[in-house]
Write a protein that binds this ligand. Structure first.
Ligand code: MG
Length: 255
């Protein structure tokens, strides 16, 4: 099932994407299930929003593809290397990425995002995927200059609009299958990687993170980016495409 969160007639609505239509749900399916209202709306009449606003946090993993770690001169960490992005960093498909004045170098990082569906604390790796509601696409937008100068990554990876999510949540997606992720800037391919090349897979990241802090329904896990990260500037159109998840497209503008 493909779940979208949309704006329609000035209300926020959840629905199941079915061909070119949205089958309207009674509420957020993560909390109230998949009961439908009986209404169907043409997708052309809605505005897609970020499919989830993380209830408490976005947990992201750094250097989770060997070729990306190497391109920035880093080793793959001996244990998963986690950081947070705030929920205020989230924007939806087609929203602007607003380039912050305090940075002169903003990079794209195309990533797959896992959306947590159940309270998770100390979950074992073997059952960790039971806590995942579904998957969507993320861009872990990064102020590369601030990442180097600040030491801590709060400003570099936490600024407003630094976490585009979307276009929808796919509940049947299997990240262990042979799935490609590709990032394009103005149509030119910049990143292309296989999800199977992750150093730590989704189950390992969820288990490892949940040993440290409680994951809540609606929290989001970013799974790392493959090689090819690079800068973009105002006016550029950044697209991240994942087989089976669609395309997340955002245009950059100056603050
Ligand atoms: Mg990243």
């Amino acid at each position: 099932m493909r779940i979208a969160r949309v704006s329609h007639q000035e209300a926020i609505t959840y629905g199941i994407v079915d061909e070119g239509e949205l089958v309207v749900l009674k509420g957020d399916p993560m909390f109230v299930g998949f009961d439908t209202t009986g209404e169907r709306i043409p997708l052309a009449e809605v505005t897609l929003l970020a499919p989830v606003i993380p209830r408490s946090k976005i947990v992201a993993i750094a250097r989770n593809y060997r070729d990306h770690a190497a391109e920035l001169g880093n080793e793959v960490p001996a244990e998963p290397m986690l950081f947070f992005k705030p929920n205020t960093s989230v924007v939806g498909p087609n929203d602007h990425i607003v380039l912050p004045r305090q940075s002169e170098r903003i990079d794209f990082e195309g990533e797959v995002a896992a959306v947590i569906g159940r309270v998770a604390k100390n979950v074992p790796r073997e059952s960790a995927l039971d806590y995942v509601f579904g998957y969507t696409i993320a861009n872990d937008v990064t102020a590369r200059d601030l990442q180097k100068s600040d030491g801590q990554w709060a400003r570099a990876k936490g600024f407003d609009t630094s976490c585009p999510l979307g276009p929808a949540i796919e509940t049947e997606f299997d990240p262990s299958a042979e799935v490609w992720i590709e990032t394009r800037v103005n149509g030119e391919v910049k990143q292309r990687g296989l999800l199977g090349d992750m150093v730590y897979d989704v189950a390992e990241i969820v288990a490892y993170a949940s040993a440290a802090f409680t994951l809540l329904p609606g929290d989001v896990i970013l799974t790392g980016t493959p090689a090819g990260v690079g800068p973009f500037v105002a006016g550029d159109v950044v697209e991240v495409e994942v087989t089976g998840l669609g395309i997340l497209r955002n245009t950059a503008r100056d603050a």
